[in-house]
Design a protein around this ligand. Structure first.
Ligand code: PEP
Ligand code: MG
Length: 883
């Protein structure tokens, strides 16, 4: 095994594609060398050496020492210097560098090789004694901090004391002699703290630093970072050792960082900062204000400090050329580090730059238009999930935030409005044109109208999959859930937040992107769906195979989804239509009815409302498929719960509270999600299914008449486990269709299909497909029933599971491909075998999750269906999955 790879002077043993072996930094340094760019010569100790180190009780492979020595000699030959030789002093930097950039690991030791003797050589070399001693004390500080584990504070204290007694304000006020005194104090303190002197032997220093890099792979911060970002421990880190170049050798030296394009807007202009007479850490430390690199940026920023362009025009031009060359070479926006030593430019790092979602779009589109990448590559470069940021209003990053409390970022976007504490208040306020935030302890299906009326929703209890969170995401409304430090006090009608009592009508802002609850109105930025966004979506559409539909039942949601490019409705949950005003009354009458006749009478009142709902959906989705699901939830969800509510409803309905209570109790279930719901309702009360089917078909006829365009409704039966359940319900649907056709004389094409939401349905999919004309995978319930965990209650322990590494992701968010996915795959195969060409889709939450969408493409589903705001995400993910 070769443990060490050298680079320098236009040649390198490694290259960009060796990222796994050399780490990102090392591989790119090698690549830059091969491109002939000015890179200080050096070498990379491989990630394999790091793995060997851990596999062998933190020791080094036998050959490593020799290879490092040989590589150091190579660097010496290229620079005309020798490590540890005061006559021809060679100093090095030591940096870590894993495959992926990893904050939390040892970063950098500069000026390594300095000691009491070589510091004199540096002074002679540079002709600047002050610079030499300043470099030495920086080295001591850095080395002690990152290699020997001594707190930075120790040195700061000494330095501040010294400055105070010398009457100096700035570090730069210290003379060479004064730095020497400081160094003496440092060394004394180190000996006191560590029981041994600061290492003088450059070899010992070097191996100390290499060991520190390797050790930092296993420090607590790095381990946490890896866990959060799914980085395997087995990757290891490389170590990069490079000849020092100095950005702090006077006024013709500088150091800086830059991006080849603006990382926050994506604008095609070099963007960066630098400091004159400074070393790397000074730029990040933020002690001095960095200067702009280009004149244009300086003018834009209104800075009176000269730009690099003005100060060092030659080095600047060289840097501009190199940065555009690197961008073309890597075909991506680069994040660069450089140092200028006495007028000469050196490149220290290049890598693909991090960027905002907005910048990512602009850069991808511009690069495709420039011919630097193909359109398919441009599409592949956008993280679908990041589009979420762009679809909602967001808080202006420049705005001041007065934080009242913090909860979970349950649904993205920001919203401002007056506080209301009930859904009725929300609706009333909306009716007179006021904007409100619905503030609840938690929400229930009865709050749907209030959630619709509100600009945003804030709850003080509940997780990411609480009712409020799920429904808000579906509606595309900003939501902060579970803001536990806030307290709703219904008695006094206040929201208590950190000692302040907020009342109904007080204005707050919620930020669903980070969970913050803010006082007052805060300036916002509106989403921009044209331009680059539209271009990427168009290119994605061209690349995609699967269709993308939406889960929607209200006209507002359906319209929004269509404006986002939805290609039909994949799931209309009809129960959501039964909560509004008049409907809930008729619904309750139906539930309280003792006979089928009374039930039918109540249903007759619901029919025209349903028909109008469906007609509107058909019109909005003109020319596109619409899947309507029959009633799914248990009936008791429509009944009042508390005694107070029961009394109120009983009075309004003109029935006795006793009767209402009795019915509520009779309908009570221990396990409603596994209870009397879905097609089981239709089997018990076929008249409900008949009414819904009739409403669908009558609406279809009317839509056809009005628009002269045929609608092909897809009627979907939920929670089927047995084919006979489906057979039974389908017979009622067919009967309704026949009746409507006879009455109207209009022929209707329609499909009857089923959701696949139970393991039994997946296993028996071949038999079910003999009746079902389409399948839609209801992966919310399918996940619930496959795992045997409640989708409403699992959040609490799933978080623990994640923490303990038992699961990686919440299976209700990202499809459990190995388990639930296997059932989907099986059902798709069996369904196709029994009914070739059977239409297959997914309408669980997973239909909007990029990883799950990739799986859907793999098993060949025809479409995914997701909440309106996820439509663009799903389209992009479907395109990426297809190429
Ligand atoms: C499902 O179970 O995946 C589904 C889409 O239905 P619901 O979420 O309404 O139960
Ligand atoms: Mg379901």
């Amino acid at each position: 095994t070769k443990w060490v790879y050298t680079f320098g002077d236009g040649a390198a043993e490694g290259r960009a594609s060796d990222r796994n072996l050399l780490g990102g930094k090392g591989a790119n340094l090698a690549e830059m060398c091969s491109l002939g760019l000015p890179v200080p010569p050096g070498f990379t100790v491989t990630t394999e050496a790091c793995n060997w180190y851990y596999a062998n009780g933190r020791s080094y492979p036998a050959a490593l020492e020799g290879e490092v020595e040989e590589a150091l000699n190579h660097v010496g030959r290229l620079t005309g210097r020798r490590f540890g030789d005061p006559g021809k002093l060679l100093l090095v930097s030591v940096r870590s560098g894993a495959r992926a950039s990893m904050p939390g690991m040892m970063d950098t030791v500069l000026n390594l090789g300095l000691n009491d003797e070589t510091v004199g050589a540096l002074a002679a070399d540079s002709g600047d004694e002050r610079f030499a001693y300043d470099s030495y004390r920086r080295f001591i500080q850095m080395y002690c901090n990152v290699v020997l584990g001594l707190d930075h504070e120790v040195f700061e204290e000494i330095l501040e004391d010294r400055k105070a007694s010398l009457g100096h304000e700035l570090d730069t006020d210290l003379t060479a002699l004064e730095w020497q005194e400081v160094i003496a104090l440092y060394k004394a303190r180190i000996e006191e703290e560590l029981g041994k002197p600061f290492p003088q032997d450059p070899q010992e220093q070097l191996w100390g630093a290499i060991g520190a890099v390797f050790s930092s792979w296993m420090n607590a911060r790095a381990i946490t970072y890896r866990r959060l970002h799914d980085i395997p421990e087995s990757w290891g880190t490389a170590v990069n050792v490079q000849a020092m170049v100095f950005g702090n050798m006077g006024e013709t030296s500088a150091t800086g960082v830059a991006f080849t394009r603006n990382p926050s807007t994506g604008e095609k202009s070099l963007y960066g900062e630098f400091l004159v007479n400074a070393q790397g850490e000074d730029v990040v430390a933020g002690i001095r204000t960095p200067q702009n690199i280009t004149e244009a940026a300086r003018i834009a920023a209104g800075s009176d400090k000269p730009s690099l362009q003005k100060l060092m025009p030659d080095a600047f031009q060289n840097f501009v050329d190199i940065s555009s060359r690197l961008e073309k070479h890597y075909r991506d926006m680069q994040d660069l580090e450089f140092t200028i030593e006495r007028g000469k430019l050196w490149m220290l790092q290049t890598r693909s730059g991090k960027r905002t979602a907005k910048a990512a779009l602009k850069i991808a589109v511009d690069m495709a238009n420039e011919g630097l990448v193909t359109r398919a590559e441009a599409v592949a470069r956008i993280d679908p999930a990041s589009l979420d940021q762009l679809l909602h209003p967001t808080i202006d990053p420049k705005a001041k935030r007065d934080v009242l409390g913090i909860g979970l970022p349950a649904s993205p976007g920001a919203a401002t409005g007056e506080i209301v504490f009930s859904s009725d208040e929300a609706e009333e306020a909306k009716a007179v044109g006021r904007k409100v935030i619905l503030v609840r302890v938690e929400t229930s299906p009865e709050d749907i109208h209030g959630m619709h009326a509100a600009e945003g929703i804030l709850t003080t209890r509940g997780g990411m999959t609480s009712h409020a969170a799920v429904v808000a995401r579906g509606m595309g409304k900003p939501c902060v859930s579970g803001a536990g430090s806030l307290r709703v006090d219904h008695r006094t009608g206040t929201l208590m937040a950190m000692g302040t009592a907020l009342k109904k009508g007080d204005v707050i802002t919620i930020d669903g992107g980070n969970g913050q609850v803010l006082k007052g109105a805060v300036p916002m930025l509106q989403p921009e769906l044209s331009g680059d966004f539209a271009a990427i979506m168009e290119w994605a559409d061209a690349a995609r195979r699967m269709k993308v539909r939406t889960n929607a039942e209200t006209p507002a949601d359906a319209r929004m989804a269509r404006s986002f490019g939805a290609e039909g409705i994949g799931l209309c949950r009809t129960e959501h239509m039964f909560f509004d005003g008049q409907r809930i009354v008729a619904m309750r009458e139906m539930i309280l009815a003792d006979t089928e006749k009374d039930r039918r009478a109540a249903l007759a009142k619901l029919l025209p409302m349903q028909r109008a709902d469906f007609l509107e959906l058909f019109e909005i989705m003109a020319g596109l498929p619409v899947t309507i699901r029959l009633l799914d939830p248990p009936l008791h969800e429509f009944l009042p719960k508390t005694e107070e509510e029961i009394a109120e409803v009983a009075a309004a309905m003109n029935v006795s509270a006793d009767k209402l209570r009795q019915r509520t109790e009779a309908l009570h279930e221990f396990n409603p999600m596994l209870g009397h719901r879905g097609c089981r309702l239709a089997v018990s009360y076929p008249e409900i299914a008949e009414m819904q089917a009739r409403a669908i078909f009558e609406a279809a006829v009317e839509a056809g008449r009005k628009a002269g365009q045929l609608v092909v409704p897809e009627v979907m039966v939920p929670l089927v486990g047995l084919v006979k359940e489906l057979d039974y319900v389908k017979a009622r649907i067919d009967q309704a269709a026949k009746a409507v056709m006879e009455e109207t004389g209009v022929h209707i094409d329609y499909l009857v299909g089923t959701m696949i939401e139970l393991p039994r349905a997946a296993i028996r999919a071949n038999v079910i497909a003999e009746t079902a004309e389409f399948f839609s995978f209801g992966t919310n319930d399918l996940t619930q029933t496959t795992f045997g965990i409640s989708r409403d209650d699992a959040a609490s322990f799933l978080e623990t599971y994640r923490h303990k590494g038992i699961i990686e992701q919440d299976p209700f968010v990202s499809l459990d491909i190995e388990g639930v996915g296997e059932l989907v795959r099986l059902a798709a195969e069996k369904g196709r075998a029994a009914r070739p060409g059977i239409k297959l889709g997914i309408c669980g939450e997973h239909g909007g999750d990029p990883a799950s969408i990739r799986f859907c493409e793999e098993v060949g589903l025809d479409y995914v269906s997701c909440s309106p705001f996820r439509v663009p995400i799903a389209k992009l993910a479907a395109a990426q999955a297809a190429v």
